[in-house]
Design a protein around this ligand. Structure first.
Ligand SMILES: Nc1ncnc2c1ncn2[C@@H]1O[C@H](COP(=O)(O)OP(=O)(O)OP(=O)(O)O)[C@@H](O)[C@H]1O
Ligand SMILES: [Mg+2]
Length: 250
């Protein structure tokens, strides 16, 4: 079982969009668990799952509930031959998550522990992380085999990439970071320059560009990954490429 944390300290960078589309790509080759770690519940919503975590997050962290008790079947349309995508939904109990982790013994390894019993059931786990630097993020980073970081072409995003780098470096088991340019609008000179220059300047930034497109925004209305309603779109191709690289790193 490979664990992929989709993470950036930057909000609105394209993490949830990437998490859902990578889950869709991963389901072509095995069973997937998408864990919504963000109280906003965006991936829970996209997956058509009720924002209700059975027993709350406290029971899951303490081990009195396991992943198999709380995972829900996603409502994503299932492509021919694809495997299941289950979701651990986010709910209001997440408000206490940071405090709970802070109080827990081994507070940076809790998530890793919870994920252990999922390894017989799932081939891939995708963690949709909240923005910011938090214990939740540190837990996700610690559990992950690869960290996937969307980078919209802006100076502040590069600052976020640096922060991710620092957080990963501080982890007991630093995983590789795979960053990609997200929300790229090639009509803008600064974006075109970013596509040309940034992959050479930052070793983590791979050669995959997710363009800015309404197709990604449509995911909210369709409640589906882009592959389900725009299979031949550039955006879908970009996520397919991204998954190939992630799978190589994991
Ligand atoms: N490539 C794209 N083109 C156009 N819109 C995009 C693209 N990627 C994401 N968006 C839109 O930008 C918004 C933020 O994206 P998303 O939710 O994926 O980011 P996030 O990093 O998960 O945000 P948060 O930090 O709030 O969790 C969403 O409305 C999404 O539809
Ligand atoms: Mg998000």
């Amino acid at each position: 079982m490979k664990v992929i944390a989709v993470y950036s300290t930057k909000g609105g960078a394209g993490k949830t969009s990437a998490a859902v589309n990578l889950a869709s790509e991963a389901s072509k080759s095995g069973a997937v668990l998408l864990w919504d770690l963000d109280a906003q519940g965006a991936s829970t919503y996209l997956a058509g799952v009720k924002p209700k975590l059975k027993g709350g997050v406290a029971k899951l962290l303490k081990g009195s509930n396991s992943i198999s008790d709380v995972a829900r079947k996603s409502a994503f349309p299932r492509a021919d031959g694809s495997h299941r995508i289950d979701v651990v939904p986010a709910d209001d109990s997440y408000r206490e998550l940071e405090l709970m982790l802070d109080a827990a013994k081994g507070s940076r390894r809790r998530l890793q522990k919870v994920l252990k019993d999922a390894s017989g059931t799932y081939d891939t786990v995708i963690l949709d992380c909240p923005p910011g630097a938090s214990l939740v993020a540190e837990n996700a980073v610690r559990s992950a085999d690869v960290i996937v970081t969307p980078v919209p072409p802006a100076a502040l995003s590069l600052r976020s990439l640096e922060q991710v780098r620092d957080i990963v470096a501080d982890s007991a088991k630093p995983a590789p970071i795979l960053a990609f340019l997200s929300m790229v609008d090639r009509r803008k000179l600064t974006h075109r320059r970013a596509v040309e220059d940034l992959p050479a300047e930052h070793s983590e930034i791979v050669d995959v560009v997710v363009p800015a497109s309404v197709v990604v925004e449509r995911m909210g209305a369709e409640r589906a990954p882009v592959a389900a309603f725009a299979p031949r779109h550039q955006v879908t191709e970009a996520y397919t490429q991204l998954w190939k690289l992630v799978a190589q790193h994991a």
